[in-house]
Design a protein around this ligand. Structure first.
Ligand code: FES
Length: 288
């Protein structure tokens, strides 16, 4: 983890209220992995105290740049939209634990809802570079909120669902999972809580619905791995990146805790944001 001064190189609004910002941050570009995030400080004159967490949308080691993707939801994120190329902000990162791909997995299914694209987007690049096949299922309220195809690598199969049917499948992105789960060796998701819960339910019944586990996961099945361990994630069919309000993002304030099936509370900023879906107690995760 580094505390770095970074320079904004480019900012653009890619969808109404959604921004991509590219920063020169060589240490983060070379030292971060898909699924991790940065905690970014607003400027001294903003009057805002808390840093803002942003998923690392893409990273480019060759140019020493990382790009963040965010939606304006309040004064903090609004402040970032007024930055101009050449402006500096300080970033803490990389934070959190990344997605873990089983080395045997060739077919990766990525599932994103809305701004959840920010959480899985870098994994598409990593997977394509490693010679894997990627299908990305994306859900949005309507066509005006659909992440542009032009921002994805050509190799990615991109399938869209919209709530109002204005583009792609008419319905929820979760409706699409049964069409692809037999193809997929592993799935990786980021998005709103109901979407992740629905996917976790489908993943939990996958073996009984499909008959057999892929990738010979019968060997070693049942062996427990510590919650949050890379092995627990690597052997899971579904990994989820949790979106949670964060205060400190370094594990100190306990403001981002969710409950694990083990009964041990998990800090999304430290033990997550990526978990194996079966590690999360979905009924009790948000204290209900
Ligand atoms: S945000 Fe403070 S412990 Fe996670």
């Amino acid at each position: 983890m580094h505390l770095l001064g970074t320079e904004l190189l480019e900012a653009r609004e890619i969808l109404p209220g959604q921004w991509l910002q590219t920063y020169h941050a060589p240490e983060l570009a070379t030292g971060s992995r898909a699924g991790q995030f940065v905690h970014v400080r607003t400027g001294d004159l903003s009057g805002l105290v808390l840093r803002r967490p942003f998923s690392i949308h893409t990273l480019d080691a060759a140019t020493g740049t990382i790009t963040i993707h965010f939606r304006t939801v309040g004064r903090g994120t609004e402040w970032f939209t007024h930055l101009r190329p050449g402006d500096n902000v300080d970033m803490l990162g990389p934070l959190g634990r990344p997605f873990e791909v089983d080395p045997r997995s060739q077919h990766l299914l990525l599932i994103a809802g809305g701004l959840g694209m920010a959480g899985v987007r870098a994994l598409a690049d990593e997977a394509i570079r490693a010679g894997r096949q990627v299908t990305l299922l994306f859900g949005a309220a309507s066509a005006r909120d659909v992440y542009p195809t032009s921002l994805l690598p050509d190799e990615v199969e991109y399938v869209v669902a919209t709530d109002d049917g204005s583009m792609g499948h008419h319905g929820f992105v979760t409706d699409l999972l049964p069409r692809y789960e037999a193809w997929a060796d592993q799935a990786f998701a980021c998005g709103p809580e109901p979407m992740l819960q629905a996917l976790a339910r489908l993943a939990a019944t996958r073996r009984s619905r499909m008959g057999v586990a892929k990738l010979g996961r019968k060997r070693g099945a049942g062996k427990g791995h510590a919650v949050g361990s890379p092995l627990a994630r690597r052997k899971a069919f579904l990994q989820v990146s949790m979106e949670q309000r964060m205060g400190c993002a370094i594990g100190a304030c306990l403001g981002c805790v969710v409950m694990a099936t083990s009964g041990v509370p998990q800090r999304v900023c430290r033990e997550g944001p990526v978990f194996a879906s079966e590690e999360i107690d979905w009924e009790g995760a948000w204290g209900r």
